[in-house]
Write a protein of this length. Sequence first.
Length: 505
Amino acid sequence: MSNRRTFAIISHPDAGKTTLTEKLLLQGGAIHLAGEVKARGAARRARSDWMKIEQQRGISVTSSVMTFQKDGIVFNLLDTPGHEDFSEDTYRTLTAVDSAVMVIDAAKGIEPQTRKLFEVCRLRSVPIITFVNKVDREGRDPFETLDEVADMLALDVSPQMWPIGMGGEFEGILDFATDTVARPDGPSREYLGTRDTAAIPQRFMDEIELARGGYPEFDIEAFRHGDLTPVYFGSALKNFGVTELIDAIARFAPPPRPQPAGEEEISPERDEVTGFIFKVQANMDPNHRDRIAFMRQVSGTFKRGMKLTPSGLGKPIAVHSPILFFAQDRELADTAEAGDIIGIPNHGTLRVGDTLSERNQVRFTGLPNFAPEILRRVQLKDPTKTKQLRKALDDLSEEGVIQVFYPEIGSAHIVGVVGQLQLEVLISRLEAEYKVEAGLEPSPFATARWIKGDAKALDDFAGFNRPNLARDRDGDYVFMAKSPWDVSYQVEKNPELTFSATKER
Ligand code: G4P
């Protein structure tokens, strides 16, 4: 069976994703990267081939994929940018993983971004391991946190460990599997050093009994279907619970899963290299038009120099200088397996959603567009450039940078994104690559839904709602909604239509 575990961390900013990532890399032997995850300095860029690629092209790919190894398992950790970088890439990255670790701040519980990312995981039933972080600080009652996860996310929770006190009272973490307590370093307490449960004060024992009895047993089938989450407690900062978390990923998280390709599923055992592009990172330097396309390998054994056919191109390309993210070597590795990520430098030939394969027979599906959460009108500074603008918007939406909508009434193009940064990328690329100067104006719309139904129902709907109707770049109908309420209203009023928040690319 495959020794790959390809996963992402989902969290709200400040919950501790960066700190946890560093600790995972440290334990996994990728020591040179630990402490440098956030660093942008020259030191980090220096050495390997792929780091040179970054330096020459001004593309930061290092932290997009981090690979480490422990006890014979190879972990591929895919970064899901948060903060100001939040974009559709963040969502699409989750289509390239087999599992996710959800980091929750013990004091704050489920926060909005965690919830959004969780919903994307749920679309594909991605199994989730929960890590309640910062138990070394004053936090909420752990029962409250677990109940919140269960209620808000409609997920069964199964604690695998339990914090003994929190903040000033924090005494360590009891591992249910081994019945041992990992204790904090620092000033000695009366029972520091003992490793059994006998020394735990009675009031904590009562709580622990409740925790052990009050939740469902861990069930690997339910976990792998995305119905149950095992919960770990810890402190990324103090390196508590991190080993247990890695072990849980190794033991429970699924190895590379078969991927949907229309009617069939492509198994990781297929004797052919196949994969799909889930992200394209463009160079922001206008003198270079290079891009790195990130391919999630689905099957086969990839070798450097191999010829693969991108579905969007139809003829094979030789992949001579792939970027393989093997942290230990910091070299261009020569092979990659199902579950691994390969960075492929190209000049715009590879697009998000493309399938790459040796025999050009497979087409992966399940890489959707996500309903935008920010919609803007594009305002052209030079009106003679309408044609160029349309070409640029079509190109950039095909590449996955933005989505474009053409309203049924009026001539302004509307662009949609899930994160602010995408808009900045749009404006700068329009200028640098298409010589189109444009600005963005507010639009009355807050989100969009793809509408499906039979022709008559669609026509009837269109008749009444033309001012709120647009077409996407494929010509499909999209309902432009002024608010989430607007969406629920139309859903209720038009039971014969479906309003979808995602669209298959
Ligand atoms: P993020 O990537 O999810 O945004 O979070 P990050 O790891 O940057 O952590 C956010 C803040 O929370 C940091 O403090 C970090 O040190 C702290 N933190 C992370 N894990 C733990 C933990 O287990 N316990 C405690 N007590 N704190 C934790 P900061 O002061 O904002 O930044 P820094 O200056 O310390 O880096």
